[in-house]
Design a protein around this ligand. Structure first.
Ligand code: 13P
Ligand code: SF4
Length: 319
């Protein structure tokens, strides 16, 4: 028999689904969202997939279950749609590590440089950028820029160090970091590797441990067992790999999708503490309120959106 808590939740879900139809809305959710929100969403994915999905939707409303910069990106790509975020406090420590004034000052010191901004940035920072990228296409974006051009890469230093290594190019790196990924330390990873020697390592390039892994890999100490991927790339990799066990170095919300996609395999978090409290701000109750009251609308002034759109569209072309 259903408990009261289960009954209330089912009622909330039913209301969400009914209102979604009535209001011609689509629900997009990032891979780090809580399980119940992932389950109610029409599409769950990484930053790149969510941008692509927002760009192609024909619905009038987008309820964006992710963090603010992601909803802003959707609003920039779909200026004629109502983009809603269920909680305005769903921010991002990485996006907050650089603002447009700081970027303008950096550009002034490197006037000929091409600016590549990770999608985890505000609309104002994107508007000052030549290209956006996500963790899935950062290497392709940098490779698309002529080798003789100077590049300012921001704001994540670990992703930047990873791209630098893979493309064999020297980049100017902004020294920003995501507190969740930077907090996954090499000693935690080493302990997990010892405990699960058969497991493959899936590492998000925002992780603080990325740099030491690149060193290990260059030294051939961990041949073939470590893969650097975006959140969506991790799921694809786990599905096609013959391995049965995986240590996952990113935010733990992704484990739900991984276990669902490959129930016969085992997935272990590199750190159980890798939880993004900004992502976890979104709950089913807030999704319902968002649909009921049309809150909270995310709008980007067209002057900023127009410039940011160019950088985002370049990102979408280089998948
Ligand atoms: P992905 O693009 O890999 O989903 O990463 C987004 C993010 O915020 C990672 O912390
Ligand atoms: Fe931002 Fe880090 Fe949270 Fe991703 S995990 S949304 S980068 S704070």
């Amino acid at each position: 028999m259903a408990t009261v808590a289960q009954y209330v939740q089912t009622e909330v879900e039913e209301k969400i689904l009914r209102l979604k139809r009535e209001k011609n809305a689509v629900i997009l959710a990032h891979n780090y969202q809580v399980t119940e929100v992932q389950e109610i969403a029409d599409y769950v994915g990484d930053s790149l997939g969510l941008s692509q999905e927002a760009a192609r939707t024909t619905r009038e409303r987008i309820v964006f279950c992710g963090v603010h910069f992601m909803a802003e990106t959707a609003s920039i790509l779909c200026p004629d749609k109502k983009v809603l975020i269920p909680d305005l406090e769903a921010g991002c420590s990485l996006a907050a590590s650089v603002n447009a004034d700081q970027l303008r000052a950096w550009k002034a010191k490197h006037p000929d440089a091409v600016v590549v901004s990770y999608v985890n940035t505000s609309a104002e920072v994107k508007a000052e950028s030549d290209y956006c990228c996500t963790s899935s296409n950062a290497v392709n974006v940098v490779n698309a820029i002529p080798r003789d051009r100077e590049i300012l890469f921001l704001p994540d230093m670990y992703l930047g160090a990873y791209v630098q290594e893979v493309t064999r190019r020297k980049l100017h790196l902004w020294l920003g970091e995501c507190h969740v990924h930077a907090g996954i330390r090499p000693d935690q990873i080493n302990a997990m590797r010892k405990a699960r020697p058969e497991a493959e390592m899936l590492v998000h390039p925002e992780c603080g441990c990325t740099t030491s892994f690149l060193y290990y890999q260059a030294a051939c100490e961990i041949p073939g067992k470590t893969h650097f991927c975006s959140t969506e790339g991790m799921i694809h990799h786990a599905l096609q790999s013959p391995a049965r066990e995986f240590i996952v170095a990113t935010e733990t919300g992704i484990l739900h999708r991984m276990k669902k996609a490959a129930p016969e395999k085992q997935f272990y978090p590199a750190s159980k503490d890798a939880v993004c409290l900004y992502m976890k701000k979104i709950t089913l109750e807030k999704v319902l309120r968002s649909l009921e009251e049309d809150v909270f609308e995310v709008n980007v002034p067209e002057e900023t959106a127009g410039k940011a759109r160019l950088a985002i569209e370049r990102m979408l072309q280089l998948v």
